[in-house]
Design a protein around this ligand. Structure first.
Ligand SMILES: Cc1ncc(COP(=O)(O)O)c(C=O)c1O
Length: 433
């Protein structure tokens, strides 16, 4: 019989050696749909199995079906990093298994969440005093913010956003039975101000760092329009928001301090394992009006609002522990160093593309995402993407901008080096021939 300590040591050894070798694994899983399911037994075992069997099947059965988000050569969607302090804190959080249904169910969970979000707000240069809590994802954060906006403006049922807004805005609007009013983008893919119509609107969603091209909506002007019209401004900075830790990048976030609510995902570009999405609001009473519902069995004598009164879920995980661990173990300087290096590497790659005949940069680059394409048809670019991803050496993704298929290289893994980015460029050039 092995003990928890023995199994734990083996699991930690597995994790450490995985992180050491992940760079050399094929980044995009190459399995066919259903292959992993077919390799697994149809039923759970009757008799208990040792934990070692789980680790063995992780290697033998599941590994081929993993796309390696932890790979320094992962450049698709928005690349991310589960850093070591974040991983260890997740382990501890599972060991503690706190269920934060209300303050007294875990005072430390709630108060650490409040402190961690106040620290993060300070690191990002946000105004003092905003109410913050952690959601699983930015999608849930959007539902939360738009539900509060809807409740704050009875009778107004329109949500204004850019045509480039993330699909979670449309999903939240659908769930809340709100009408979506997309506004066309300008040449840089930011929202066109001359087309913004706030009549009947309860909310406007502006994005700093859109999903397709990391474009920036004109937030200061939109904030002024929203203030005049009494419309809730939600700023979605799910990916890019973490970059505000660098003062030299703060001008790109102008106006976000005027948001009624703001979402930033530390699980995207702030070294925190999935899932951890920060939602701040300067109108917490409106969130509480929309969500507070305290049944008798949760009634308490202490005068403390629980975080479950500010959003959909009742039970909450101890997510703050990993965010706190990351903020402590990197510090402001460590976080800045990672973001600055990613922005530098993206700038290098952008320049290589610009300098090479037959290649084109397709969108302004503000952060660590480069949108580009090879001359030729959409089909040729798509086939090129398929070929480079099939090599297993790197993984990139695509989008559509101005009616054309465009390739995206997103840098966001803390282990990514200049050599990794150079390899991506070499593979692209080789496969394009
Ligand atoms: C700008 C933006 N907003 C929202 C989301 C949704 O994020 P989540 O997966 O946390 O719901 C994304 C995801 O990439 C995004 O890029």
């Amino acid at each position: 019989m092995t003990t928890f300590r023995d199994d734990g040591a083996a699991a930690l050894e597995w994790a450490a050696s995985y992180l050491e070798r992940v760079r050399d694994l094929p980044v995009l899983s190459q399995v066919a749909p259903g292959a992993i399911r077919a390799a697994l037994p149809a039923r759970a075992p009757e008799a208990p199995e040792p934990f070692a069997a789980v680790l063995r099947d992780l290697d033998d059965v599941l590994m081929p079906g993993l796309t390696h988000w932890q790979s320094p050569r992962y450049f698709a969607y928005f690349a991310s990093t589960a850093s070591e302090p974040g991983i260890l804190a997740e382990l501890l959080s599972a060991a503690l298994n706190q269920v934060g249904i209300l303050w007294r169910a875990s005072p430390a969970l709630q108060e650490l969440e409040e402190v961690a979000l106040a620290w993060l707000a300070d690191l990002l240069g946000l105004p003092e005093g905003w109410h913050g809590h952690i959601e699983d994802t930015a999608s849930t954060g959007l539902v939360t913010a738009l539900a509060a906006a809807r409740a704050a403006s009875p009778g107004k049922r329109v949500v204004v956003c850019s045509e480039h807004t993330h699909s979670s805005t449309a999903k939240a609007a659908r769930l809340l039975e709100l009408e979506l009013r997309p506004v066309r983008g300008n040449a840089g893919h930011g929202m066109r101000l001359d087309e913004v119509d706030l009549s009947g609107a309860c909310a406007l969603v502006a994005t700093i760092g859109t999903t397709s091209s990391a474009a920036i909506d004109p937030v200061p002007e939109l904030a002024a329009m929203c203030a005049d019209a009494g419309v809730w401004l939600h700023v979605d900075a799910a990916y890019a928001g973490s970059a505000a830790v660098c003062p030299e990048l703060r001008p790109l976030f102008a106006g976000w301090e005027q948001a009624d609510s703001l979402g930033v995902n530390p699980h995207k570009w702030l070294l925190t394992p999935m899932d951890c999405s920060a939602l701040w609001s300067r109108r917490p009473d409106d969130l509480r009006n929309a969500f507070s519902l305290v049944p008798e069995y949760l009634r308490v004598s202490e005068d403390v609002a629980s975080l479950s009164e500010y959003g959909v879920p009742l039970g909450r995980r101890f997510r703050a522990l990993k965010l706190w661990a990351v903020l402590r173990c990197y510090g402001r300087e460590g976080l800045q160093a990672v973001i600055r290096e990613h922005v530098r590497l993206a700038g290098l790659f952008e320049q290589w593309v610009r300098d090479e005949p037959r290649w084109e940069v397709c969108a302004p680059r503000h952060f660590s995402l480069v949108c580009f394409r090879r001359d030729g048809s959409d089909e040729e670019n798509e086939a090129l993407l398929e070929r480079i991803n099939a090599t297993g050496l790197v993984f990139l993704s695509h989008t559509r901008l101005d009616g054309r298929l465009v390739l995206r290289l997103a840098i966001g893994n803390a282990g990514t080096t200049e050599d990794d980015v150079r390899l991506a460029w070499e593979v692209l050039r080789r496969e394009a021939l």
